[in-house]
Design a protein around this ligand. Structure first.
Ligand SMILES: NC(=O)c1ccc[n+]([C@@H]2O[C@H](COP(=O)([O-])OP(=O)(O)OC[C@H]3O[C@@H](n4cnc5c(N)ncnc54)[C@H](OP(=O)(O)O)[C@@H]3O)[C@@H](O)[C@H]2O)c1
Length: 399
């Protein structure tokens, strides 16, 4: 397949994409940089244990997370109040969420910790006119990392108030708590489900040991771990576990924290409070070295009339039908662009081409800070923490 790589220069590419996608803003792809050099850590390069991706099947615009029917792409509601300042005003956040809904998004991802409840408050207010038509997900237990049942019960009551609803559709544990057996966490959520306050249970950044233990107590509807074109760690154990157990996989950071857009350059200035400052993968050296990954997405996008972000999202959608990515954005045009990925069809050959190019490409820099990586349950070094199928969670005392 031709890539169009040689025939379209930087300026031509911009014009082409602005026309083809109708999302001119934010598509400022830089001219090509040299392909990657050295510095490879390969930390996130997993050997896929799962079958080859589908392809040649039209991706559905709908996803299913156990009993929950969602749009195949959701909206991450973190960025408007956390991680990527400057943050949105209430009015802009309401507009963003409602505009996303108008463009087919019915799955909204929040957390108690996002803006210390502000994300939940904005989301609750925005969706009030159409609450029954959307699926609301939120999470407990990040800061403080406290998953004691009493704490879960108390904070869920607070979430319900902020979300202005009588039930949370999908309630995740945000990070595995090394002090509280996952069985106790699952039991607490099970009680909330029985009371009608929660519909489904989810885990975030969990490894297979924890997922299996939780699922045995209360069926898990979704696991929300980082997973994207350049971060394949979920393929080591979590993707296969989800498939086996009928659990949805909700990839966070599915557009590479903004990197796949091509807008990020070695000289990009990140706001002093932007989380990416602490991520080795967003050092100037890593950005330079990883630039070719955007080229891979961009080149296929040229032939598909799609942006690199859309290709990256479509790649996830074609991977498995139970994958529902939640790109985050503060920009309505970007949200529309991302929603447009639901209409991008990739053939088996195109997916193979993407995977081949990725396999040949060394990714530089760890995905997150040492501090945030330490909270992962799925093993920073390929499963070490899930030895004996236990994960980071302690065994219950009765074990
Ligand atoms: N469970 C967890 O532990 C966890 C951790 C992190 C995030 N999350 C969830 O996952 C969501 C997404 O993750 P993320 O924000 O880390 O990563 P992401 O979705 O991969 O990337 C977000 C970044 O990409 C940019 N972006 C998005 N779409 C774009 C487009 N079409 N064109 C240009 N730039 C675009 C955004 O900037 P603009 O605002 O300018 O569009 C933002 O800076 C969050 O909102 C949150 O709900 C969960």
């Amino acid at each position: 397949m031709g890539t169009g790589k040689d025939s379209v220069d930087g300026a031509g590419r911009r014009a082409f994409l602005a026309t083809a996608c109708g999302v001119g803003a934010g598509l400022m792809l830089a001219s090509k940089t040299a392909s990657a050099v050295a510095l490879a850590t390969n930390e996130t390069r997993a050997t896929p244990k799962t079958p080859e991706p589908r392809g040649d099947e039209e991706p559905s615009t709908r996803g299913t997370l156990r009993s929950l029917e969602v749009s195949a792409i959701g909206l991450g509601c973190m960025n408007m109040v956390r991680s990527n300042p400057p943050f949105l005003s209430r009015e802009d956040a309401l507009f963003l969420i409602r505009d996303a809904y108008e463009h087919g998004i019915t799955f909204f991802d929040s957390a108690q910790v996002y803006g210390e409840g502000q994300s939940e408050s904005f989301l609750g207010e925005a969706i009030k006119p159409f609450r029954d038509n959307v699926i609301v997900a939120t999470k407990f237990g990040y800061t403080p990392r406290d998953s004691r049942p009493q704490h879960i019960r108390e904070t869920v009551e607070q979430s319900l108030v902020r979300l202005k609803t009588d039930h949370i559709d999908l309630l995740y544990q945000h990070r595995v708590d090394p002090q509280v057996p996952i069985e106790d966490v699952a039991g607490a959520v099970q009680d909330l489900i029985a009371q009608g306050k929660v519909r489904e249970f989810g885990l975030s950044e969990a490894g297979q040991g924890t997922i299996r233990r939780a699922h045995a107590v209360c069926p898990v509807a979704a696991v929300q771990n980082e997973y994207s074109f350049w971060d394949r760690f979920a393929e080591v154990e979590v993707l296969g576990t989800c498939k086996e157990l009928g659990i949805g996989l909700v990839p966070w950071s599915p557009v590479g924290k903004g990197f796949f857009s091509g807008d990020i350059h070695p000289a990009t200035f990140f706001h002093p409070q932007d989380n990416r400052r602490s991520h080795p993968r967003f050092s100037a050296e890593a950005i330079r070295a990883n630039r070719g990954i955007v080229e891979v997405l961009f080149d296929l996008g040229l032939t598909k009339k799609a942006t690199p972000n859309q290709i990256a999202l479509a790649w996830l959608l074609h991977r498995e039908e139970f994958i529902v990515p939640i790109p985050g954005s503060k920009n309505p045009l970007h949200v529309r662009e991302n929603a447009g990925a639901m209409a991008v069809h990739l053939s088996a050959e195109e997916i193979a081409e993407l995977n081949d190019k990725f396999s040949a490409y060394p990714i530089s820099g760890a995905r997150g800070s040492k501090q945030s990586e330490a909270l992962r349950d799925d093993g920073a070094r390929f499963g070490t923490r899930t030895q004996e199928g236990k994960g980071m969670s302690p065994w219950p005392s009765r074990h």
